[in-house]
Write a protein that binds this ligand. Structure first.
Ligand code: SAH
Length: 221
């Protein structure tokens, strides 16, 4: 390990300790995944020095890499297990998918902007994360080919929970999604019990818009 890598690992450890102190990380497996995934690799060179600050940052094309706090909270709400498959909508930088990939069998992740998918795929390959499958398209309608999923996570703000995603969830599985208007959302978890869904709210958040057939219309961008 070079001294640069050691310094980055040290900063990652401090960030994870901070998240634990805030109560965002409670599960040992989630702590380990956050320590294992080098967040700086998912960021453009200009902002890489801020990779271990606890904030969302621009990744270009009008999109952002989620705040580490939010990644931790959403991952814990999803509670991915080693034998599970997870669907993510909004690949973005690929960081959230990478964290999930350390905790479950396969991550399926959908992104509407091809350039972001391409960049994320490069990083997954460089890091040797072979259990992440990517797709370019409108994720508001899910990814039927591999459905149903044990868990679904939406990392963009939706006006309402996309019905297609509910349909692609296994019985007992959870869907974690920010729901609200364009500027503010509540983090919602819906857990499927047969044909009904138990709904919980887990605090406010701010995400970029989920744009698509069961999200915001394109022209609202
Ligand atoms: N999970 C990301 C955060 C991405 S920001 C990370 O860890 O970095 C939200 C992403 O959702 C953006 O890249 C945006 O382009 C994407 N997005 C918005 N609407 C979408 C849709 N309907 N389908 C797929 N991706 C969408």
């Amino acid at each position: 390990m070079t001294s640069d890598e050691r310094a980055l690992l040290q900063r990652r450890l401090e960030l994870v300790n901070l998240l634990e102190g805030e109560g965002a990380v409670t599960l040992p497996a989630v702590r380990q995944a956050l320590l294992d995934v080098p967040r700086h690799r998912f960021m453009p060179p200009e902002t890489r020095h801020q990779a271990y600050d606890n904030c969302a940052l621009p990744i270009g094309l009008g999109q952002t890499i989620s705040q580490p706090y939010m990644v931790a909270v959403m991952t814990e709400l999803l509670r991915p297990a080693p034998d599970q498959t997870i669907l993510e909508i909004g690949t973005g930088s690929g960081y959230q998918a990478a964290v999930l990939s350390r905790l479950c069998r396969t991550v399926y992740t959908v992104e509407r902007i091809p350039e972001l998918t391409r960049r994320a795929e490069d990083v997954f390959r460089e890091l040797g994360y072979g259990n992440i499958r990517t797709r370019v398209g409108d994720g508001t309608v899910g990814w039927t080919e591999f459905a149903p999923y044990d868990g679904i996570i939406v990392t963009a703000g939706a006006p309402a929970v996309p019905e297609s995603l509910r349909h692609q969830l296994k019985d007992g599985g959870s869907l974690v999604v920010p729901v609200g208007d364009r500027t503010f959302q509540m983090l919602r978890r819906e857990t499927r019990h047969g044909d009904s869904f138990r709904r919980e709210e887990h605090g406010g958040c701010i995400f970029v818009k989920l744009v698509g057939r069961e999200g915001w219309p394109e022209e609202s961008e």
